[in-house]
Design a binder for this molecule. Structure first.
Ligand SMILES: NC(=O)c1ccc[n+]([C@@H]2O[C@H](COP(=O)([O-])OP(=O)(O)OC[C@H]3O[C@@H](n4cnc5c(N)ncnc54)[C@H](OP(=O)(O)O)[C@@H]3O)[C@@H](O)[C@H]2O)c1
Length: 371
């Protein structure tokens, strides 16, 4: 099978490429820049931008299936950038699939499409799309997901996966930021008693994409549907962050601020950054505070039933794998191309002197990062 993975160079995309290559598929990737790690896997690379319709058409041409994983992810930045990459870029992918006669399109979406800032506790895919979003990222991901699902039909089958808070070897987003802040004693989390969140180990999230590819065909059960993909092990934010820090050999976070203070602080800081026209991501954002102070965990029965998905790597095993990866063990399962030194080097950031509330690291592939 010839499969194109858009965003194949990203954290999740690379894990998907690795699994596809390991089972002998012809894998190609679409990214803006050439990545040696993909070349090492034997992945053919199309270096183009999602917004370049002809470039996307050329990359999709000749493929049997497409995994559309590329996106601009983050909590901050101009809405037009999110719109052009996440919405118009996705429209280009759908158009190119139709034009090339691709029969299967697996789209990487996000649970944030249903999160309007209220608690989500054990909800399934019947939960409606949010009407209001705390940032352009989830708003544009919701539009993109709806477009992909609406494109499902007799010739092109489509499905959307919603992996939540991806972590593990190669994570360029969460752990580097948490680790840098923890080392400086500046990692602070909002108090959120009783609130639990879902997350997903990167290997499980990648496997879900292959399962979806295999289960998808016009008229099949997953066609035209969205699925939450998680560990099915909801934890408190503090426990999750401390698990990651522990895997990196760092002490746990002990400082918390009242949730109300975090909310007010985020609104004030965002306002200040806008007034001053600062382009850098603030040290605290409204979206981060919403994520940090509410429950968001999901019922994954549908993914189990229709895709055969099972979070095979449990939380404890995932953290052990992450620790092995961070210790530099090249034989660690799911060992990723991001090196230990890169993961644990404190990121330079304008907010370096400010206490941090769950704001993930900047990634070279995006102007801001992701929840
Ligand atoms: N990480 C999470 O916790 C999480 C949670 C829920 C959903 N998701 C979704 O999962 C997907 C992958 O996330 P990730 O964390 O792996 O992201 P990532 O590491 O930031 O990777 C993003 C990928 O998209 C590519 N890309 C970005 N803008 C592009 C453009 N304009 N044209 C072409 N390629 C572009 C990047 O390639 P280049 O930089 O080489 O161009 C990179 O390969 C996204 O759709 C995201 O919304 C992620």
């Amino acid at each position: 099978m010839k499969v194109l993975v858009t965003g194949g160079s990203g954290f999740l995309g690379q894990a998907i490429c690795r699994l596809l290559a390991a089972r002998g598929e012809h894998v190609s990737a679409l990214n803006r820049r050439h990545h040696p790690a993909l070349a090492d896997l034997g992945v053919l690379q199309h270096t183009t931008d999602l917004r370049d319709r002809d470039g996307v058409r050329a990359a999709v041409s000749g493929c049997d299936a497409v995994v559309h994983c590329a996106a601009l992810a983050g909590m901050w930045g101009p809405a037009h950038a999110y719109r052009s990459i996440n919405v118009e870029g996705t429209a280009n992918v759908i158009e190119a699939c139709r034009r090339a006669g691709v029969t299967r399109l697996v789209h990487t979406s996000s649970p944030s499409v249903v999160h309007d800032g209220r608690d989500l506790e054990g909800v399934d895919e019947s939960a409606p799309y949010a009407r209001r979003f705390p940032a352009p990222y989830p708003a544009t991901k919701a539009i993109a997901e709806r477009m992909v699902l609406a494109a499902d039909g007799d010739r092109l089958a489509t499905v959307a996966l919603r992996p939540h808070l991806i972590w593990g070897p190669g994570d360029p987003h969460f752990l580097p930021r948490f680790a840098a802040r923890a080392r400086r004693g500046r990692l602070v989390l909002p108090r959120a008693p009783g609130k639990r969140i879902d997350t997903v180990y990167v290997g499980n999230a990648a496997e879900a994409h292959l399962l979806a590819l295999d289960a998808l065909a016009p008229g099949s059960p997953p066609a035209g549907r969205a699925y939450f993909i998680t560990q099915d092990e909801p934890v408190t934010l503090t426990d999750w962050v401390n698990g990651l820090l522990g895997a990196a050999g760092l002490p746990p976070v002990t400082r918390h601020v009242p949730a109300r203070l975090a909310r007010l602080g985020a609104a004030a800081v965002e306002h200040g950054y806008r007034l001053a026209r600062v382009r850098a991501q603030p040290p605290i954002t409204r979206m981060a505070v919403v994520q940090a102070t509410t429950s968001h965990w999901f019922d994954i029965s549908a993914a189990r039933r229709d895709l055969g998905y099972e979070p095979r790597v449990g939380m404890a095993e995932g953290l052990a794998r992450l620790a092995r990866h961070l210790s530099g063990d090249p034989a660690a399962p799911d060992h990723a191309s991001v090196r230990t030194s890169e993961v644990l080097t404190p990121a330079r950031h304008p907010s370096a002197r400010t206490p941090e509330v769950l704001t993930p690291a900047r990634h070279p592939s995006a102007r801001t990062s992701e929840v």
